[in-house]
Design a protein around this ligand. Structure first.
Ligand SMILES: [Zn+2]
Ligand SMILES: [Zn+2]
Length: 308
């Protein structure tokens, strides 16, 4: 029975929590999401590969890279990391999901050096759609509001199928060969024609695990349909309320606005980051967010969280 139960988890590591400028030991935006059989790189600011070493990320496990937009603080670390992958003689293809113009930049900088193939997938401007899906994961992108075309991403780890109820299996004498079908939702039909319904023989599957990443965005409720009820939301919080006009002018959010989105979206937990270099520390961000949404954490370099 052991192999009918598959454990699904997500482990998120923050490698950069800073906004446009690195400051006070903070690096530009970069995150790694370990989903078990695969690892996703979410934005890749300057210094990303140094941070991967620092936090012992086995980055050769990364097969999918998601770049939200082409502001330097979200992709200037990518070229260096790609080059290193090549020096490590990577042969596995790498999928990159990014604004179309990134491909020309990569080709120009790495024309002679890559040891592996890049499968480039241009993000369709302004569109919300599924980027890829298999039996284990789904990645979905959605537009946010920023000064250049920008997408947020929603990562779903699918939970295993129905879980076998061992006591019921024994009671109804279900043959071992049939257990796989039970996990897939089939009823069992005995030789005399009696139907044992699936729900008698299994426990229902648990809900899927969902992490949403907003990238850089102005406060916008247009993202609510995409992020609602997720287990974990990362929302940028570049500014505090004192600088809310700057947030509007530069198409970013305040910590309080991030918390408002989390509350309206009824998410379980909120992470905030992308702090402006104005701020030496993030105590004020946290205090302001907490007035709206209690389950808020200010992320910093090396912060990890597991969702299961
Ligand atoms: Zn940014
Ligand atoms: Zn930006």
């Amino acid at each position: 029975l052991a192999n009918t139960i598959i454990f699904a988890t997500m482990l998120l590591t923050i490698l950069g929590s800073s906004g446009a400028l690195p400051a006070y030991g903070r690096y530009p935006t970069c995150q790694v999401l370990d989903v078990g059989a695969d690892m996703f790189l979410i934005d890749c600011g300057e210094g990303a590969q140094i941070q991967m070493q620092q936090y012992k990320i086995r980055s050769n496990r990364i097969n999918h890279v998601f770049i939200s937009h082409l502001h330097g603080d979200h992709y200037f670390g990518l070229i260096g990391w790609l080059n290193s992958q090549s020096l490590f003689k990577r042969t596995k293809p790498l999928h990159i999901y990014a604004p179309a113009k990134l491909l020309a930049i990569i080709n120009l900088q790495l024309e002679y050096t890559l040891s592996f193939i890049i499968e480039f997938h241009a993000l369709q401007e302004g569109q919300a759609y599924t980027l890829f899906e298999n039996e284990k994961y789904q990645v979905f992108c959605f537009p946010v509001e920023h000064s250049v075309p920008t997408h947020g991403f929603r990562f779903t780890v699918k939970r295993p199928n129905n879980i076998i109820n061992k006591a019921a299996i024994t009671q109804y004498e279900i043959p071992i060969y049939y257990l796989q079908k039970l996990t897939m939702g089939n009823d069992y039909i005995k030789q005399d024609g009696t139907i044992i319904p699936n729900h008698v023989l299994t426990f229902p599957k648990k809900p899927d695990l969902v992490y949403c990443y907003t990238a850089d965005t102005l406060y916008t409720e247009s993202i609510l349909p995409y992020i609602s009820h997720c287990n974990l939301l990362y929302h940028e919080a570049t500014y505090t309320e004192e600088h809310s006009q700057l947030a509007t002018d530069r198409q970013h959010s305040t910590a309080k606005q991030a918390a408002t989105i989390a509350k309206l979206g009824m998410v379980q937990q909120l992470l905030i980051g992308h702090y402006s270099s104005k701020y030496k520390n993030t105590q004020q961000h946290l205090a302001e967010a907490l007035t709206v949404f209690e389950q808020t954490t200010c992320v910093h370099e090396g912060y990890t969280i597991e969702i299961k």
